[in-house]
Design a protein around this ligand. Structure first.
Ligand code: 5AD
Ligand code: SF4
Length: 412
């Protein structure tokens, strides 16, 4: 049996891919002898798994480190050491800067190095001044992480199938923090999904920054598409529900759209960011689609699956966005009718082209646009929720999930 190493506390910021990564880190460290705890005050090892997508998200990490500094000092007085690690996208993007800004940090580890975590933590414990590993190794980190546990923590699980992005939207840090697109091989994913199913999982959400660009090794000459991967996973008898997120409109291939109409296990829910409604802004964002492309795609998806619930991401106040251009965004929202949406004020991220563009929009203009947009989105969400009232959940064939909505992951 592995000797107990101490207590571990992981705090996760940001997207579902970070939630998945935190789970895998937790599992790897459990194998190395760590036991999880719910509070940093009890922890010998604290990991912050961070997000760099908007300035607010990154700043949260530094305020959390301020709190951890006090905890570390208090624990020292009681004779306990604490190792503090910063993982995730802030680690990747800011590297050494974290150690100078927050000397309380012992280890900075990028998302591609989690399989080396055990070794890095012991080295960090021996070296003063902190250590950094933010390489993009050639190696597939997933191959080196331990297999998923034998008993699932929940009937619903995430499974990362694709990482990184080659789209280079001009506002986005992902291509820099997560690197170029990489798809895991089909066999590896099917094995992991099979193990999750054996452990009691009944619903899997496939994750990727650009998940529908998936093109993993199929063992044949042609790589597998996301639609082919979904079909392969649907063959696992214990799995009752499949979802995937996040998708780019450009990569919604015909076979994937059609699958929404003919793969029963694929849930009637799709997250499809459109970001902005003006073609000029979409071009400046390098989105590679127009407003009409998006609306036509929504029409085709609804033709395949009429009751699909659509959610989206929207940015207001991209550099140069005029009032008229913002109205184009409202028009798209009104025309599509989303069940849910995430909307953000444009946040200039260091190193991205949009951060250096002229005509940055005033903060108060961004705020009032966001407010106006969110009022419409809230109405749409309320209308969608109201449409679900009165469902007889016993009629839903997926008995194991009676309490979980088929459209989203929320417990109803
Ligand atoms: N400013 C505001 N929102 C952003 N997003 C990504 N980068 C930025 C940024 N610089 C939003 C996009 C994306 C979601 C994950 O976060 O809408 O789809
Ligand atoms: Fe970022 Fe998504 Fe654009 Fe990729 S497609 S650059 S992850 S917003």
């Amino acid at each position: 049996m592995t000797k107990a190493k101490g207590k571990l506390f992981i705090k996760t910021f940001g997207c579902q891919m970070n939630v998945y990564d935190s789970e895998r880190m937790g599992e790897a460290l459990a194998e190395a002898g760590y036991v999880t705890t719910d509070t940093p005050e009890n922890a010998d090892l604290v990991i912050l798994n961070t997000c760099h997508i908007r300035e607010k998200a990154a700043e949260k990490v530094y305020s959390e480190l301020g709190r951890l500094k006090q905890i570390k000092t208090a624990r020292e007085r009681q004779g306990h050491g604490t190792t503090i690690a910063v993982a995730g996208c802030v680690a990747q993007a800011e590297g050494r800067e974290i150690l100078s800004r927050a000397p309380v940090v012992d280890l900075v580890v990028g998302p591609q190095s989690y399989h080396r975590l055990g070794d890095l933590i012991s080295r960090a414990g021996q070296k003063r001044g902190g250590i950094i590993d933010i390489d993009f190794p050639e190696d597939d980190k997933f191959k080196h992480l331990p297999a998923r546990p034998k008993v699932a923590r929940s009937p619903s699980a995430f499974l990362t199938v694709q990482e990184g992005c080659d789209k280079f939207c001009t506002f986005c840090v992902v291509p820099y923090t997560r690197g170029v697109e990489y798809s895991r091989p089909v066999r590896e994913i099917v094995e992991e999904a099979g193990r999750l199913a054996q452990a009691g999982v009944r619903e899997i959400t496939l994750l990727g920054q650009n998940v529908n660009a998936y093109h993993g090794n199929s063992g044949r000459s042609e790589p597998a598409s996301l639609a082919q991967l979904l079909r392969a996973l649907a063959e696992i008898p214990e799995l009752e529900r499949l979802r995937y997120t996040t998708s780019h409109p450009r990569d919604m291939s015909d076979d994937l759209v059609a699958l929404h109409g003919n793969l029963e296990k694929l849930m009637p829910y799709l997250h499809l960011p459109f970001q902005a409604g003006s073609d000029r802004i979409l071009a400046a964002m390098n989105r590679k689609h127009t407003r009409d492309d998006y609306l036509e795609l929504v029409r085709r998806i609804r033709a395949a699956r009429a009751d699909i619930a659509l959610s989206t991401d929207i940015i207001v106040g991209f550099p140069g966005e005029t009032d008229e251009e913002f109205i184009r965004t409202l028009e798209v929202v009104k025309s599509v009718q989303f069940s849910q949406a995430y909307s953000f004020k444009f946040s200039p991220r260091p190193g991205t082209p949009a951060a250096a563009m002229d005509d940055q929009v005033l903060e108060e203009v961004k705020s009032s646009r966001l407010q106006e947009l969110q009022a419409v989105l809230n109405e749409q969400q309320a209308a969608f929720n109201a449409s679900c009232v009165g469902w007889n959940l016993d009629d839903v064939s997926y008995k194991a999930f009676r309490a979980i909505c088929v459209h989203c992951l929320k417990v109803r």
